[in-house]
Design a protein. Structure first.
Length: 162
């Protein structure tokens, strides 16, 4: 009887363990030490893996999406697919967006991210719009990571600095 209890407990714990550790597959890659702004300034473009993913999602990508972060705290986003800010697939129109804004390095829970503030983006008539892009890797060269939809799905657009 005792071995059955041990087996049942082991199975229950292993099933619970599977549930506990589901989540964002990039959890351990997000940057945990504050990055230096000089390692962010520059032009970042979506990498080949991201372009393949976008094409598989039905986006007709003519040029890689790009982000240009400047030392004065301003940035320009160019050719970003609308999935970066739309949670559900059914809401995606497969369009591309461009807009200027302001950026800053910001703390998000235990990780570091880039806080983006758009003054009057074309997709949001109400005025200002804010978002975050996460940093991956623990030291430069970083990846800038735009989470797409549910973080647990692991979908995202990765940007590498030129």
């Amino acid at each position: 009887m005792r071995p059955l209890v041990i087996i049942a407990a082991s199975l229950a714990l292993s099933g619970g363990g599977c549930f506990m550790f589901q989540g964002d597959p990039y959890y351990n890659e997000y940057t945990r030490a504050q990055p230096d702004e000089k390692d962010i300034i520059g032009i970042w473009t979506a990498n080949a893996r991201s372009l393949e993913w976008l094409k598989a999602q039905g986006y007709d990508v003519a040029a890689p999406p790009a982000l240009e972060f400047r030392a004065d705290g301003t940035f320009t986003m160019t050719g970003m697919p609308d999935c970066w800010r739309v949670f559900f697939d059914r809401e995606r129109k497969k369009t591309f967006e461009s807009a200027p804004g302001k950026w800053r390095v910001t703390k998000h829970q235990e990780w570091w991210a880039l806080g983006l503030e758009f003054d009057r983006p074309p997709w949001f008539a109400g005025g200002g719009y804010g978002s975050e892009l996460f940093l991956r890797r623990q030291k430069p060269p970083y990846l800038v990571h735009a989470i797409i939809g549910d973080p647990d799905a692991g979908d995202g657009i990765e940007f590498e600095r030129k």
